[in-house]
Design a protein around this ligand. Structure first.
Ligand SMILES: Cc1cc2nc3c(=O)[nH]c(=O)nc-3n(C[C@H](O)[C@H](O)[C@H](O)COP(=O)(O)O)c2cc1C
Length: 376
């Protein structure tokens, strides 16, 4: 092992679980589940192969968890709604554990980015407030997607329906729905769950001052905008107990706003993290396309470092951590306790072992495709 890389290969204890090293597979949706949300063996092979290649922790792609709530975000997204899903996930967690990896399921509700193709029973998309995403231009090489959406242009505008604000009663119900999904994930063999609070999906709609204009306990200052995430994490913790891992994913980037930033800059990031001090989570997970890019012209502080200090929580840091030097800088700068890696692992399943051996990992070659076909 290269000496310089050694801190990355020390175990990390979260809840009652010892993770063998500090390199996680970042959540990356590849849209290869069956159309009814059942995860496939190919997904298990993808993750197990990367654990074999040296990663200690798998964080799955964002998984929708209930039909009733219009949680689903796109075709071929995996789900955790029923017995069939649980049994298929069990095969996958067995494959990951057999390689010595630890597995978290990322629980996602798409919020105002719910896919109208899957709306149930005439229900609308749900969000923090009455709102509608302006969508985004998407590249698609998929004949299936073009047909599903009636697109002819290869660079169409992906549109969303108007979303309606959740009532206080619905907020409670939905937090319970997250918790029941977490129980199903544990039944499927996961060591814990990641609550997806990032990227423009439901929980992030509450964090986002441009979307959340509520005047009750769930809207207003950053502390109040964090209350929905806090409620969900509390319900999930009650449901899964103290032994299992819970992480909470946060970001400034959004699917419909890749360069979005906190309106209040780094100060807002600090306020949000302070609000999460008492959250019953074992770690926060900063998601980004550039982990040290704070997008705040008035500050040179690194957001995950600020949030780690303000929350007192371990931090998993993601985004552009594409070589050993960057991964070590995350740990040594105090920004994080662990890194998570997305695109490099599409290209190179042995990325973590290459880092460990002191060999420069293969460069990332990535182009957005409908379905990500990884190296094996
Ligand atoms: C194809 C693709 C799918 C993604 N799916 C998810 C997801 O399901 N959940 C999530 O939190 N982030 C998702 N992300 C964001 C990644 O976790 C990560 O933040 C991003 O790829 C930057 O990290 P990297 O530089 O290591 O790739 C996705 C990114 C890509 C490229």
């Amino acid at each position: 092992m290269a000496d310089t890389a050694s801190p990355l290969f020390a175990p990390l204890q979260l809840a009652s679980v010892s993770i063998p090293n500090r390199i996680a597979i970042a959540p990356t949706t590849r849209q290869v589940a069956d159309e009814d949300g059942t995860p496939t063996g190919e997904m298990g092979r993808y993750w197990a192969r990367r654990v074999q290649g040296g990663c200690g922790l798998v964080i799955t792609e964002g998984v929708y968890f209930a039909d009733r709530w219009n949680a689903k975000g796109y075709p071929h997204q995996s789900g955790i709604c029923n017995r069939k899903h649980i049994d298929a996930w069990r095969t996958i967690t067995d494959m990951i554990h057999a390689e010595g990896g630890i597995a978290l399921m990322q629980l996602q509700h798409a919020g105002r980015l719910a896919d109208p193709l899957y709306f149930q029973d005439g229900n609308p998309a749900y969000s923090a407030s009455d709102t509608q995403s302006s969508g985004y231009v998407i590249f698609t090489d998929s004949e299936e997607e073009k047909e599903l959406r009636g697109w002819t242009d290869p660079l169409p505008l992906r549109r969303y329906e108007p979303a309606r604000a959740l009532s206080l009663l619905e907020i409670e119900d939905l937090a319970d729905s997250f918790a029941r999904a977490a129980v199903r994930a544990i039944e499927a063999g996961f060591d814990g769950v990641e609550v997806h609070g990032a990227n423009g999906f439901l929980i992030d709609n509450f964090f986002n001052s441009a979307v959340n204009v509520r005047e009750d306990a769930f809207g207003g200052c950053p502390m109040k905008r964090a209350n929905f995430a806090l409620l969900v994490c509390r319900r999930v913790r009650q449901a899964v107990g103290a032994e299992k891992i819970i992480t909470l994913r946060l970001s400034q980037d959004r699917i419909d706003g890749l360069q979005d930033h906190y309106a209040g800059g780094v100060a807002e990031a600090r306020d949000i993290a302070t609000a999460l001090k008492d959250a019953p989570v074992d770690a926060l997970h900063w998601g980004s396309f550039g982990w040290d890019d704070n997008r705040d012209p008035n500050s040179d502080e690194i957001i995950p470092a600020v949030m780690r200090a303000a929350s007192g929580k371990p931090m998993i840091v993601n985004g552009g951590v594409h070589d050993a030097a960057a991964a070590l800088r995350v740990l040594e700068s105090g920004a994080g306790d662990m890194v998570s890696v997305g695109r490099p692992l599409f290209a190179n399943p042995d990325w973590a072992n290459a880092v460990r051996a002191g060999k420069p990992p293969a460069p990332v070659e990535f182009e957005r495709k409908w379905v990500i076909t990884p190296a094996t």
